[in-house]
Design a protein around this ligand. Structure first.
Ligand code: SF4
Length: 642
């Protein structure tokens, strides 16, 4: 192998879907040292390719499927991979992260990343076998038109028939939603989904139904002995931590429903309120006690946050927090069985539950206000299963709902309650009671995503209890958390490993003296965080609460410190933004609907709205972007992007 590093397979493949040909894409150790892998690597490839004129549904929209160097090295929760391209939902650069096994098997096939360009002439699926590519007819093989589980079963039977035996393999597949270009369609891998921002529709437009991958390469590790020892410690640390060792395994992400209710950040009735009076019917405790069959998880994950439930006699993936909240209180539904069923139906159709639920909530409110006569109303949930099908197959009003809440509100009115940013519907955290999260939603590179936002709710009531309504220091912390999470994703690890960043006693002893001091101090140390953001390389150290840095040293052999880790994240985050500015993104687009910035959640407390413009200023300054939200030349040069 030419690379001196562990964790890489030293091959990136450019696949021409139009011509059905493949060639190697040049990617060197110098590139790895700057852009590590995963979504940051993809941002660099797309930065070099995109001019700003490309549309989501065009041959020039390359899709980069990328793994990180930690994928398959045995590090905790390291089976994740990314799909990056221009999103049909936002029209700008996006990256959608997935926990299925595709990334691991791609590396076993000897490949770090795929770049898909062009458009297949007919419905196609691709088989990758130990680095060799085979293009198959998805109509002839009976794959096109199938829902996600049927499709994956069919794929398996086709491969077993060809091989004459069963072999481990990974797969990507789209459902009818992607085939019919619903802008919030997912790509699925097993039960896990790259759900957000509509990458499934880009696959559909490219006539690409599925990709399977198998191989028997060994994934190299730089220092196997130290790597194994470190991973043992790391697994044990995560298992002992109250969030990653208790709350997430016990209740999954759904465990946050009750805390969000208590803090007034449980989005309810299309975000018109932050509490749902029947939340106990649809919270994590009820899900765990009455429905969870067994916990499941992605590859090498000690946390295992996924639930399994029974739907029509089949054991299937249970809903995440977002789905519970947005198809629960979000549309005034307290029937948990319905949510379990809908969650499964949406996965089968290949639709993103968050955007779908929020688009329907918008339509319910628009109908009640007489803006758009859809016949949908809050609390009236009969017929929703059929509506999901209508969306996926673009029938009747489903054809309109398939365009998402931004386009609908631009057409009919009601933009002030279309809960989206840059075209992407927001996640379940009501930001008027967590204003830092509100800032994150607005400035997030891929639109209203809670994770790309920086997930400040962890400071604002869902981990620590710092003042959720103050704007102080929120811009600085948002930048730091975004950069950390950017890098975690890019290495191939799950963002939930970062939950253990906060020492356990801060979580288990909310009234302890140290916790109280921390909660008080956080809004006052923006200046220190700003310094760290600006000069991260001064943090030439490893933090005991952040095992990621030593993990990279042992698995990859790359010199890493906490500061260097932050710098990688900053470079990736800024490059994403830099690409999107070419598509016209400016400060005006870092926005939230008026409901969240102008209407206080509590009419008696004017602080309960997002002071967005104030926070944006400090955020841009922290990032070295100009007042219009464009990275300055100085910043781009400092980060080595120019
Ligand atoms: S914590 Fe959950 S989402 Fe993350 S890797 Fe583990 S099972 Fe997958």
């Amino acid at each position: 192998m030419a690379t001196k590093y562990g964790g890489y397979m030293d091959r990136v493949v450019l696949v021409d879907l139009t011509e059905h040909t493949v060639e190697n894409y040049p990617w060197t150790d110098e590139d790895r040292e700057k852009y590590i892998g995963g979504k940051i690597m993809a941002a660099k490839v797309l930065n070099d390719h995109l001019s700003g004129q490309e549309k989501a549904f065009s041959e020039e929209n390359w899709v980069v499927v990328s793994t990180g160097p930690m994928t398959g090295t045995g590090a905790p929760s390291s089976g994740r991979f990314d799909l990056s391209c221009i999103s049909p939902q936002t029209g700008i650069l996006t990256s959608s992260n997935c926990g299925g096994s595709f990334g691991y098997h791609l590396k076993k096939a000897g490949i770090d990343a795929l770049i898909l360009k062009g458009k297949c002439p007919g419905h196609t699926w691709i088989e990758i076998d130990n680095g060799e590519f085979f293009f198959h007819d998805a109509d002839e093989d009976g794959l096109w038109g199938l829902k996600s589980t049927e499709g994956q079963e069919k794929l398996e039977s086709l491969l077993v028939k060809k091989w004459g035996t069963h072999r481990a393999f990974g797969q990507l597949i789209i459902g009818p939603g992607g085939e019919n270009l619903v802008v919030y369609s997912a790509v699925l891998s097993g039960e896990r989904a790259a759900g957000r921002t509509g990458v499934g529709a880009v696959f559909g437009w490219k006539n690409l139904k599925a990709i399977s991958v198998t191989g028997n390469h060994t994934i190299p590790v730089f220092d196997p002995e130290k790597n194994e020892k470190w991973n043992q410690k790391w697994f044990s640390y995560l298992r002992k931590h109250p969030l990653t060792g208790n709350q997430l395994p016990r209740l999954g992400t759904a465990g946050l429903v009750s805390s969000m209710q208590m803090r007034g950040m449980l989005s309810t009735k299309n975000y018109s309120a932050g509490q749902y009076d029947r939340f106990e019917s649809v919270n994590g405790e009820t899900l765990a006690e009455e429905h969870n069959i067994v916990n499941k998880g992605c590859l090498t994950c000690p946390i295992k946050c996924a639930r399994t439930v029974d739907v029509n006699g089949r054991t299937v993936k249970g809903p995440e927090l977002e789905t519970l909240v947005l198809l629960g209180g979000g549309i005034c539904n307290d029937n948990l069985e319905n949510i379990l069923r809908w969650n499964n139906e949406l996965d089968e159709l290949g639709l993103d539950t968050i955007s779908c639920a929020n688009t329907i909530a918008w339509a319910m409110e628009a109908n009640e206000k007489g803006i758009w006569n859809s016949g949908l109303s809050f609390g009236k949930t009969e017929g929703l299963s059929k509506l999901f099908e209508d969306i996926a197959y673009r029938r009747g009003i489903g054809n309109e709902l398939a365009e998402g809440s931004r386009r609908l509100s631009q057409k009919y009115g009601g933009t002030e309650f279309a809960i989206q940013s840059k075209g992407l519907e927001l996640a379940a955290y009501e930001p008027r009671r967590a204003v830092g999260q509100g800032l994150g939603y607005a400035v997030s590179n891929r639109g209203g995503c809670h994770l790309n936002a920086g997930y400040l709710v962890i400071l604002e009531g869902l981990g620590l209890y710092t003042d959720p309504l103050t704007y102080k220091a929120k811009g600085d912390f948002t930048m730091m958390f975004q950069d950390l999470m950017e890098m975690i994703s890019a290495t191939g690890q799950c963002l939930f490993t970062s939950y253990a960043f906060f020492p356990g006693f801060l979580i288990t002893r909310p009234n302890g003296i140290i916790t109280r001091i921390a909660n008080w101090a956080i809004p006052h140390i923006g200046w220190a965080v700003r310094f760290m953001n600006r000069f991260p390389l001064t943090l030439a150290l490893h933090l005991p609460v952040f095992p990621q840095t030593k993990g990279i040293q042992y698995a990859v052999g790359m010199k890493m410190t906490f500061g260097r880790y932050l710098r990688y994240g900053e470079r990736g985050y800024t490059m994403d933004r830099w690409v999107s500015t070419r598509f016209g993104i400016r400060a005006k687009d870092d926005a939230l609907p008026k409901r969240l910035t102008e209407e206080p959640q509590d009419p008696n407390d004017p602080r309960t709205k997002v002071p967005l413009e104030k926070m944006k200023k400090t955020y841009y300054r922290a990032r070295g972007w100009d007042r219009d939200g464009v990275p300055t030349e100085r910043t781009l040069k400092r980060l080595g992007i120019l």
